[in-house]
Write a protein of this length. Structure first.
Length: 257
């Protein structure tokens, strides 16, 4: 007589164990892929923010001082380390800068979260951020104090990149403190005083730094680098991914050869 034989308890437990292991492996793979996808999305968003801010700022700073009527009413108004303000004669009438012809760039806490991480463009009619999750911006200014059509150099032949530290309308501090032509962590953030401060009307080029970060931290990632953003040395220790860009913008309307 033939007897049908079922599964023993041990066999059922083994099968359940194998199924559990397989399910856990599938879940872990799915979770890792999902996290990688989210990280990629964060990085893409960060790069888009960075690109948008860089594109708008570089285009308008390049136009700073545009004055087709040669009225002398247009140029830089402020030249700070973390903000800048200038005028452009968009309508070409040569008069006093009118509506939307004065432009200011700076970081603000636009969303009220206690962190100034929104890059804002301010004019008479516009006061809105153009890029989000910007951790820091930095500016330095090249100038032509002797009107020879070239940026002033230091004793080593390197361009002097200066800032106005006291908002008096004069560049007074060189941020390349070791005169090696490179602005990096080897420079003193306090800068070095110019022998003779120069009026910001002599600005002919702007060096711009933008440090962007992702909107959320990655628990599997740690950033411990020091970022040099103009005269700011920022050492971080968290899970945010960052991108730092630095460009030199020549103000094409202000007499630079």
């Amino acid at each position: 007589m033939k007897h049908d034989r079922g599964f023993t308890l041990i066999e059922i437990l083994i099968v359940l164990l194998l199924v559990s292991i397989l399910t856990a492996a599938i879940y872990r793979t799915f979770r890792d892929q999902q996290k990688s996808y989210m990280v990629q999305e964060e990085v893409v968003e960060m790069q888009q923010n960075l690109r948008a801010g860089l594109d708008i700022m570089s285009r308008e700073i390049r136009m700073a001082g545009y004055d087709p009527a040669q009225s002398g009413n247009f140029g830089f108004l402020t030249a700070a380390a973390t903000s800048t303000s200038f005028t452009i004669d968009f309508d070409g009438n040569g008069g006093t800068p009118g509506n939307d012809e004065t432009i200011t760039y700076r970081l603000v806490d636009y969303d009220g979260d206690g962190i100034a991480a929104e890059l804002k463009r301010t004019t008479t009619s516009m006061d809105l951020p153009i890029a989000l999750n910007i951790q820091a911006i930095g500016f330095a200014y090249g100038f032509d104090s002797d009107s020879d059509g070239y940026l002033d150099k230091d004793g080593s032949g390197n361009t002097i990149w200066a800032i106005d530290t006291n908002a008096d309308g004069r560049l007074d501090t060189n941020i390349d403190t070791n005169a090696d032509g490179v602005i990096d962590a080897n420079d003193n953030p306090a800068g070095i005083a110019l022998t003779t401060p120069v009026n910001i009307s002599t600005i002919r080029a702007v060096r711009l730094w933008i440090l962007a970060r992702t909107s959320r931290a990655d628990t599997r990632y740690r950033d411990t680098r020091t970022y040099v953003v103009g005269n700011q040395h920022l050492t971080v220790n968290d899970g945010y991914r960052r991108r730092l860009v630095s460009i030199i913008i020549k103000c094409r309307n202000m007499g630079l050869e």
